[in-house]
Each structure stands twice: as structure tokens, then as C-alpha cells.
Write a protein that binds this ligand. Structure first.
Ligand code: NAP
Length: 246
């Protein structure tokens, strides 16, 4: 129960890595705000965990108004802002550069990079104003930021941006007792990966030394480590959880 007494907010909590993270943080003793733009999906996550441990919140990370409302309702409901923030909301809109539409570029940017910025800024500000110590912000980037898959220019650029944003936030927030780290998952078995064609999945298995997709819980357990005091001197790191895929 390393997270007993802690309050966490997890975005993208209605599916995949976000949902598994809610489960694992609650298992470790935290109260969890499961935030997703899809409220029904967030409510299902809460149902799985139990109403006493989790609370569902409709939140669109790409909107300042929605994120700022999320801060207010977290404080109203729990009398304090969360000290753990996990930014797992993310989308893909793949396409080769010459065909990539402005909309697909903008949509991915707004959720993956601007969303991470808004959540980081608004929740860190609340932590500072409420004198929350030992804060931990965990941003989900992707190994695609390093391996630069063709057809994913928009996605890869936002995920590389998440690593830079994380490193700068770590430098700016250290003095407030808030650590900021990013995780670079490889290919994880979630609805996001379901859409990848079988032959590309085969290629991923070939390139991955572990020869399989990761499970959402295998990412969530690393998130839980970064959330707790066992990682008290880990700050500004970008941690790969890829089964060794490069
Ligand atoms: P997922 O199963 O598709 O879950 C993402 C969740 O985020 C969905 O519930 C989605 O809702 C929600 N969401 C999308 N836009 C949002 C917004 N504007 N505000 C709030 N919630 C929003 O994806 P996942 O695989 O768990 O991915 C989680 C994170 O890990 C993402 O950042 C992804 O880029 C990253 N990642 C995943 C993998 C992988 O292999 N799965 C690898 C590397 C990195 P909708 O269903 O309505 O869109």
C-alpha cells in the first residue's frame, strides 16, 4: 500500500493503459480520479475498481476550459488537488506525410502534446497553490518518438515533444517538490494497437526481443513506481517499457 493517502488523476482512464493505471494505483492504496472525454468508459473503469476508491470525471485534455474545470471539481470533491497526475490520453491519426491532412495533424497535436501541456500546467499550479509536497507527474510518450515510424509524423512529433516538455517541467518544478517523468511504451495490447494490420504486428514481434506485445499492466506498474516515494530521486527521466524493442 505504498500510495495510501495519495490522490491521483489519470487521463485516458476509459481504456487501455489509462484504465490499467487506475486499477494498479488503486491496488497500491491511492484514491483515483478516472478522467476521460468518454464519461461512460471512465465510469466503467470506476465500476471495476469500486466507488469508494475511484471517481469518474468527464475531461477533454485538449481544452483549457475542461482541464481547468477538472482541477476545480477535483478540489471540490477531495478538498485537495491530486499529487499524482498521469497523462495517458492519446490518439493516433496515421498517414504518410504527403497525404497527412491538416485536421489529422491538429487533432493529434491537440490531444497528445497540448493536452499534456494543459494538464501539467494546470495541475502543477494547483499543487503549488495548495502546498502539496511530493507531487509526481507522469507523461506517456512513446518509443515511436525514438524510432520514428514512417506514417506517424504527427504522432511521433507530439511524443518527442512530450519528452522535451517533461524534461523542462522537471527542471522548473523540482523546487516545488514535484517530479516529472515520461514513459515510452513500446507496442502494448490496447484498442490503439488493435487497428495495426497483422503483417505490421508480425514485424513488431520480430523486432521485439521479448517477441510479444506488452500488457497495459506492465506499463501501469512502472507508472506506479514513478508515482510513489520509491522513485524519490527519479526526475526528468524518459523510461522505456518496450520489451527491448529499439
Ligand atoms: P487507448 O486504449 O486508445 O486509450 C486512450 C484513451 O484516451 C481513450 O479512452 C480515449 O477516448 C481517451 N482520449 C482520447 N482523447 C482524449 C481527450 N482529448 N481527453 C481525454 N481523453 C481522451 O490508448 P492506449 O493504448 O491505452 O494509450 C494510452 C497512452 O499510451 C496514449 O498516450 C498513447 O499514445 C500511449 N502509447 C500507447 C502505446 C500502445 O502500444 N498502446 C504505445 C506507446 C504509447 P476515445 O476512445 O474516445 O478516443
Amino acid at each position: 500500500m505504498v500510495l495510501l493517502g495519495k490522490l491521483a488523476i489519470v487521463t485516458g482512464a476509459g481504456s487501455g493503459i489509462g484504465r490499467a493505471t487506475c486499477r494498479i494505483l488503486a491496488r497500491d492504496g491511492a484514491k483515483v480520479i478516472a478522467a476521460d472525454r468518454n464519461l461512460r468508459a471512465a465510469e466503467q473503469t470506476v465500476k471495476d475498481i469500486g466507488n469508494d476508491r475511484a471517481f469518474a470525471l468527464e475531461l477533454d485534455v485538449s481544452s483549457l476550459e475542461s482541464v481547468s474545470k477538472g482541477v476545480t471539481s477535483s478540489i471540490e470533491h477531495f478538498k485537495q488537488p491530486p499529487s499524482i497526475v498521469v497523462n495517458a490520453a492519446g490518439i493516433t491519426r496515421d498517414g504518410y506525410l504527403l497525404k497527412l491532412t491538416e485536421k489529422d495533424y491538429d487533432d493529434v497535436y491537440k490531444v497528445n502534446l497540448k493536452g499534456t501541456f494543459l494538464m501539467t500546467q494546470q495541475f502543477a499550479r494547483a499543487m503549488i497553490e495548495h502546498h502539496v509536497r511530493n507531487g509526481s507527474i507522469i507523461n506517456i510518450s512513446s518509443i515511436v518518438a525514438r524510432i520514428s515510424n514512417p506514417g506517424q509524423a504527427n504522432y511521433a512529433a507530439t511524443k518527442a515533444g512530450v519528452i522535451s516538455l517533461t524534461e523542462i517541467a522537471a527542471k522548473e518544478f523540482g523546487k516545488f517538490g514535484i517530479r516529472v517523468n515520461s514513459i515510452l511504451p513500446g507496442f502494448i495490447d490496447t484498442p490503439m494497437v488493435d487497428v495495426i494490420p497483422e503483417q505490421i504486428k508480425e514485424e513488431i514481434f520480430r523486432r521485439c526481443p521479448m517477441g510479444r506485445l506488452g500488457r497495459p499492466e506492465e506499463v501501469a506498474d512502472v507508472i506506479a513506481f514513478l508515482a510513489c516515494e520509491k522513485s524519490s530521486y527519479v526526475n526528468g527521466a524518459a523510461i522505456e517499457v518496450t520489451g527491448g524493442l529499439k
